[in-house]
Design a protein around this ligand. Structure first.
Ligand SMILES: Nc1ncnc2c1ncn2[C@@H]1O[C@H](COP(=O)(O)OP(=O)(O)O)[C@@H](O)[C@H]1O
Ligand SMILES: [Mg+2]
Length: 368
C-alpha cells in the first residue's frame, strides 16, 4: 500500500439506489430515494438532524430493510443479502473500537471473522496501519489513543478487508474543530489513494463541500437535490437547498413584461432564464460587490448600510433595500477595499454579475 498518490488501489463499486422507501411503523422516514453512485465517488448525504441520513446508510449496510425499492451493488440486488455478506466497511461517530483489544487486534478483527491466515492478517494489518499513518501503533492500548487516532484506527479496520464500499456516519463530529478540519483533508486524500466508493453522512455543509464529489441533500426523508458541490452552491434548486448550503440572500423579485425579473425597480441582468412566475433572486453574500467601478457589475442597486462587523478575513455588512428587505454582504478585507471606510447610515451601491444572479422558485412553504 505504498503506491504513489495517483495510483488507485481499487476500482470501486457502483451503487444504485432506486425508489427506496423506509417506514418505522406508520412513520415514513424515507420516500422515493433514487441515486446512482458511480465507482470511486465520494458521495455525501447532507441534511438536518432527523432528515433520514443514517437510515439511508443503514439500509445500504443492511441494518434497516426498505419496504420498497432496490439497492444494487455492481448490478446485484442487495436488499436480501445479509449484513455480513455485503462486504461494506463502516465507520461511525462513536469510535466503536474494542477497548480490551490492542490496536492491531482491533484492525485484525474483520480478517479473523473471515478466517484469514496469520501471515495474511499480519501483512494486511501492517499495510492498513501504514495507510492511515499509524505505523508502530499496533501494540498500543486503544484507551491511550487520541480521538483523531481512534478514528484513523476505526478507518483502518473498515478498509482492511478490502470492502466494496466504505460508509461513514458523521465520523468526525466528536473531534474538535481544528482536528476535524485536518481530518477532512486527510480523509479526502485517503479516499483518492484508495479509490473506494465512499458514502459519507454529515450535517455540516462545509465538511460536505470539502470532501465530496457529489452531495445529496436530504429534506424530510426525500432528496432535495443531488449535484457536485459547486453546482449545489451556485445553482440550488430550491430555497431549502440554498439556505442549507451556506449563507444566501433570497430576494423577492417580480416578473418583467419583456422577460426576466426586477428587484424593486431594477432589472436584474442574468444568464439564468427560468420559466418561473414567482421567484426569488438567490444572491450569495460574497458575490455582491460593494460600490463597484463603472462596468464592473452587470446589475447595480442601492442599499443602506445598517451594520458592519469585522470578522477577520472579511467584513459582514447588513443592509436594507428601498423596500426594507434585508440583504447581507460579505466583503473581503483586501487593500483598497472601500468597505473599511463606509459607515452605518450611508447608502451604498451593490453590484452583481450576470453569472451570479440565479433565480429559484418562490414557495410559501419555505421562506428565507
Ligand atoms: N429505529 C427507529 N424507529 C423509529 N423511528 C426511527 C428509528 N430510527 C430513526 N427513526 C426516525 O427516523 C427519522 C430519521 O432518522 P435518522 O435517519 O437517524 O436521521 P439523521 O441521521 O438524518 O439525523 C427521525 O425522525 C428518527 O426519529
Ligand atoms: Mg444520523
Amino acid at each position: 500500500m505504498t503506491e504513489p498518490q495517483s495510483t488507485k488501489l481499487r476500482s470501486g463499486a457502483l451503487l444504485e439506489i432506486e425508489n427506496v422507501g423506509v417506514s418505522f411503523g406508520h412513520t415514513k422516514v424515507l420516500e422515493g430515494i433514487t441515486a446512482t453512485i458511480k465507482p470511486g465517488t465520494f458521495f455525501t448525504l447532507l441534511g438536518a438532524s432527523g432528515s433520514g441520513k443514517s437510515t439511508l446508510l443503514m439500509s445500504i449496510a443492511g441494518f434497516v430493510t426498505p419496504h420498497k425499492g432496490t439497492i444494487k451493488l455492481n448490478g446485484k440486488v442487495l436488499n436480501t443479502v445479509p449484513i455480513h455478506k455485503r462486504n461494506i466497511g463502516m465507520v461511525f461517530q462513536s469510535y466503536a473500537l474494542f477497548p480490551n483489544l490492542s490496536v492491531a487486534d482491533n484492525i485484525a478483527y474483520p480478517l479473523r471473522l473471515r478466517a484469514k491466515s496469520k501471515a495474511e492478517i499480519d501483512k494486511a494489518v501492517a499495510d492498513a496501519l501504514a495507510f492511515v499513518r499509524m505505523e508502530g501503533f499496533g501494540d498500543r492500548d486503544t484507551a491511550a489513543l487520541s480521538g483523531g487516532q481512534r478514528q484513523r484506527i476505526a478507518l483502518a479496520r473498515a478498509i482492511v478487508f478490502e470492502p466494496d464500499i466504505l460508509i461513514m456516519d458523521e465520523p468526525l463530529s466528536a473531534l474538535d474543530k481544528k482536528l476535524r478540519d485536518d481530518m477532512q483533508i486527510e480523509l479526502r486524500r485517503l479516499h483518492d489513494r484508495l479509490g473506494l466508493t465512499t458514502i459519507y453522512v454529515t450535517h455540516d455543509q462545509r465538511e460536505a463541500m470539502t470532501l465530496s464529489d457529489e452531495i445529496a441533500i436530504l429534506e424530510k426523508g426525500r432528496i432535495a437535490q443531488i449535484a457536485p458541490p459547486q453546482d449545489l452552491y451556485n445553482h440550488p434548486r430550491s430555497a431549502y437547498v440554498a439556505s442549507f448550503m451556506g449563507e444566501s440572500n433570497l430576494l423577492r423579485v417580480t416578473r418583467r413584461a419583456g422577460g426576466g425579473f426586477s428587484l424593486n425597480d431594477t432589472p436584474i441582468q442574468s444568464d439564468h432564464h427560468p420559466t418561473l412566475e414567482d421567484a426569488w433572486l438567490c444572491a450569495r453574500p460574497e458575490k455582491l460587490m460593494v460600490s463597484p467601478q463603472p462596468g464592473q457589475a452587470d446589475t447595480v442597486f442601492d442599499a443602506r448600510l445598517v451594520e458592519k462587523v469585522f470578522q477577520g478575513e472579511s467584513w459582514l455588512l447588513e443592509c436594507l433595500l428601498d423596500d426594507d428587505t434585508r440583504i447581507t454582504v460579505r466583503a473581503s478585507d483586501h487593500g483598497g477595499s472601500i468597505v473599511s471606510t463606509v459607515a452605518p447610515g450611508e447608502t451604498l451601491q451593490l453590484g452583481l454579475l450576470r453569472r451570479d444572479a440565479y433565480f429559484i422558485e418562490r414557495t410559501e412553504e419555505v421562506s428565507p
